[in-house]
Design a protein. Sequence first.
Length: 182
Amino acid sequence: MKSLILTTSLVLTIMSSLIAQNNSPGFANSSNANKAQSQFEGTQPMPFQAFDMNGNTHFLPEYKGKVVVIAFWATGDETSRQQIKSLNRIKREFSSEEVAVISFAEEDKSDLVSFLKNNKIEYPVIPNSKPLGEIGYGGELGASRIFILDKKGVVQKVIITENEEEMGAYNMMKPIIKEMMK
């Protein structure tokens, strides 16, 4: 039943956003990651309401007043798996009253259960997120992409990397988040 509600919620959110955009340029078809990246920055992202692996609901508008880190990933993507360390560190270093970290996994819940047993993730994981990632957050940008939203809910930075070395995502995110908290 929760899966049906999640799917319905995602479809309704996607449809309403697409109607509201009224034929605005789509990011999912962009072949240039840097160009698409800059197109997201300074905009309000597509809202979502979804259930995480523990059954908790996450509704993007409820995070206003916090810096929000949204990570799209897949278990089969090496960069995504490496970025878990960076995202865990961000989650630990910043108060949950000031910064929220939310991740959207491509895989369904049953596939994620075994992955999560072997990989410690300290922030919410929302399964079955491929449609939202492709339509609302530029699926063609690659499996791993991180959006950082300011306290007003505006995308200030999109981080797209092809590899994660020595906590690279963490080193990029931390100063951006600190600046947004001022």
